[in-house]
Design a protein around this ligand. Sequence first.
Ligand code: FAD
Length: 518
Amino acid sequence: MRFLRSSIILFLIYIALKINLCVPSVPSSLKTLAIAGHFDFKQVHHAAKDFGNRYSFLPLAVLHPKSVSDIATTVKHIWHKGPGSRLTVAARGHGHSLQGQAQAHQGVVINMESLKSPKMKVHTGNFPYVDVSGGELWINILHETLKHGLSPKSWTDYLHLTVGGTLSNAGISGQAFRYGPQISNVHQLEVVTGKGEVVNCSEKQNSDLFYSVLGGLGQFGIITRARILLEPAPKMVKLIRVLYEDFSTFSRDQERLISVKNTFDYIEGFVIINRTGLLNNWRSSFNPKDPVRASQFKSDGRILFCLELAKYFNPEKMAEVNQEVMSSLSQLSHIPSTLFQSEVPYIEFLDRVHISEIKLRSKGLWEVPHPWLNLLIPRSKIHSFSQQVFGNIITNTSNGPILIYPVNKSKWNNRTSAVLPEEDVFYLVAFLTSALPSSKGSDGIDHILSQNRRILESCEKGGFGAKQYLPHYSTKGEWRSHFGPQWEAFFQRKSTYDPLGILAPGQRIFQKATAFSL
Ligand code: FAD
C-alpha cells in the first residue's frame, strides 16, 4: 500500500516535470518569438510607474517593438495561448496615466515609443495631414509639421504625451470648442486587435473598429499608426487673461465666446481660491493693459475666475488682429482693471506646460503623487457645481490648478467610445492636484483624495449627470454606470475585438478570461 502511494506520488512528479519541460514557461515562450525588437525581462520597473505615482504593477516583460509586426506577433502569441493564460498586454505611451492604466500586472507592457515606423511623413496640399506612429509624442509632431508651415488643429495642454495615449481618451484643450477633441481630427488608424490582427480603419473602412478605438481606453486595439489632420500654422499667439469675481458672468462670457463664429482660437479658464500672490506672479509674463489700475487690484482672498484666451496671428497682420481682439474683448464683462496680455511664438504657447515641468522637476516636485480628478459637467448644472465646490469643498488652490471651460458637443462624433454628458455644451473641470508624499495636512494625499470623494458625492447627490474624463473605477458596477446606455455597445465591441480580454488590463474594466459576463 505504502509502495503504491509512493509510486503514485513519483508518477505525478514525473508528469509535472514533463509538462514543465514540454511547455515552455511564459518568458521562454516569448523569447522564441521571431521579432525585430526585443523583450526585456529584467529592466521592467519603469513600466510599473506612471505620472499619477500612486499605482504600481510590475510586468513580466517589456516589449521594445521595432515594427508593427512585433506587436502583432506578441499579441497573437498570447491570443493563441487561449483563455487559460493569465497574460495580458498594455500599450504604454509616455506613461502619463494617473492610476496604472498603462500597466500590466505580470503581463507584457509594450513600450510604444520604441516603435519608430512609419517614419513621420507630412502631406501638404489642400487637405494636409501627417502619418505618425502610435507611439509618437505630440511635441515631435509639432516640430516636424512646423517645418512645412503646418500644425495639427486640436491639442492637449501638455505635448509630451503620445498619439495612442491621448487618442485612447479624447485629447481636450482650449481648441476643442472649435475643432473638437483630438479624436475628431484623425482620419485613419492602423490597429493591432486583441487577436493580433493588423487592421487599417477609418470612417469608411472598418469604421466600427475606427470609432471603437477612439476614446476606447485602449480596450479594443493598439494604435500603431494615425493620420492626423493639419492646418496652416500661425507664427505668433496673443495670450489674454481677464478676471471675474462672479461665476455667472465668467461662464456667460465663456459660453458666448464658444458659440460665435469670429472668436478666439483657444478658450480656457481657471479658478483661483485664496491665492493673493497670484497677480504679482503674472507680471513677469503678462503685461497689464492699465498698469496703474492693475497694481491697485487686490484679490483679498476672494474666489476669482480667470478667462484665458489666445488669438493666433502672423506678424504682418498684427494691426488687424489687434483690432479684432479689442472688439471681442469690449463685449466681455470682466473686472475692467484686470486685462493682461502677452505675445509669444506659437510653439512656446503650445509647449507652455513643459516650461513648468522643467521648473517642477528641478525642485523634485514633478514626480510626486498626482491625485487628479477630471470631470465633464453639463452646462445646466455648472452653476450648482461651482457653488457647491469652489470655496466649500475646495478652499484653496495651492495644491494645483483647477481648469474650467466649456466645449461644444457638436464637434464630437457620437460613434466614438468617449463617454460624454447629455447636453450640447459641457464643461471640462480638471482638478490638477499634486500631493506632498509625507504630508498629513491639506497638501497630503489623504486630504486631496477625500476632497475628490466629496466632489464626486456632490455630483451624485445633485444628479448633475457628470462624467469622469480619464475615468478610473474599481468595480464593474461603477463602470456600467459610467458608460450608462453605452455599456452594452462597449461590451459588444470588446467581445468582437478583444474577446479574451488581453488588452489594457490596467483600466480594470474587464478581467482576462472572465471578461464576458454582462
Ligand atoms: P499612457 O499613460 O502611456 O497610456 C494611457 C492609456 O492609453 C493606457 O490605457 C494605455 O494602455 C493606452 N495606450 C497608450 N498607447 C496606446 C496605443 N498606442 N494604442 C492604444 N492604447 C494606448 N489630457 C487631455 O485631454 N488634455 C490635456 O490638456 C491634458 N493635459 C495633461 C497634462 C499632463 C501634465 C498630464 C500628465 C496629462 C495630461 N492629459 C491631458 C492626460 C493625458 O492625455 C492622458 O493621461 C494620456 O493617456 C497620456 O498619454 P500617454 O502617452 O502618457 O499614455
